[in-house]
Design a protein around this ligand. Sequence first.
Ligand code: TPP
Ligand code: MG
Length: 316
Amino acid sequence: MFDQKKYQDIYRTLYLIRRVEEEIGRIYPSDKIKSPVHLSIGQEAVSVAVCSALDERDAVFATYRSHAAYLAKGGNLKEMIAELYGKQTGCAKGKGGSMHLLDPSCGFIVTSAIVATTIPLAVGYAYSLKLKKSDSVVVVFFGDGAVDEGAFHESLNFAALKKLPVLFVCENNLYAIHSHFLTRHHSDNIFKRAASYGMASECLKEDDLGVIYQRTKFFVDQIRQGSGPAFLECYTCRWREHVGPNDDFHLGYRSEQEVSHCKDNDQLKKIRAEIEPSVIKKINQKVEQQIEDAFIFAEKSPFPGKEELMTDVFKD
Ligand SMILES: Cc1ncc(C[n+]2csc(CCOP(=O)(O)OP(=O)(O)O)c2C)c(N)n1
Ligand SMILES: [Mg+2]
């Protein structure tokens, strides 16, 4: 499916995200990390597949669960960990935490803790690109919970009406916190609703990195040529609790079996099998060093000074 270099690039990013989130989970109980953390563990393949099909000129918007998307789009790892620690060197100067990652230098424009709010922002951004006759494409990631919000529907309608260069990517992990999709909606038809607003729309149920990559590439090429928006619903699975580093089977809203079934489809293991073990060893060593360096950087960085309390609140 990919050439060997692409396999290695994809594996490196998947492994980085998995391991950095495992480290975040390990350190979290020490209270050094000052913000809530919504881990992507189990969901990494969607971010990595989609971002691997984009160029540097393309822009990404995401949610409070966006360590994976931030890193997959090329966000700075040291600044991400420093942000979680609330340090001045963080990507939001230590004022946003895990739920407000951003790195516009690599096209990772903004994230938000408020469900669905980055969808209209992404559409507005796409509108500005269209007015400037840019050939960049905007991707916005959101969860199945965002479909419950009016802003989702208004944004899709407007994007279709104005034929804007935006790919909507719904990461459907079946739950909004602990509520199953079918306790919130009559039917399982998110992608059909998107189609009804007037855009190409598909549902990918396999959680297969290669398939998500191929379909993203197809839609991004079309969008770049002026097709207007498109929509991808990607089924995926969150392995840990909604917020925090633990699992949550004791809560009873889903079974351990449901998640272990997803773990059998771990895309990290699948991609690893395509690469020589000696190469894997080298990649892993480098990534582990990068992660260690990032946590040391965060530890050593200062907290923001009191004089920064009221700065960066409004745009000058
Ligand atoms: C407007 C709004 N309503 C409610 C919440 C509380 N809330 C936080 S996360 C969440 C669930 C969202 O689920 P989903 O969009 O499927 O994303 P997931 O957490 O599964 O990645 C809710 C309801 C919020 N942050 N914003
Ligand atoms: Mg969800």
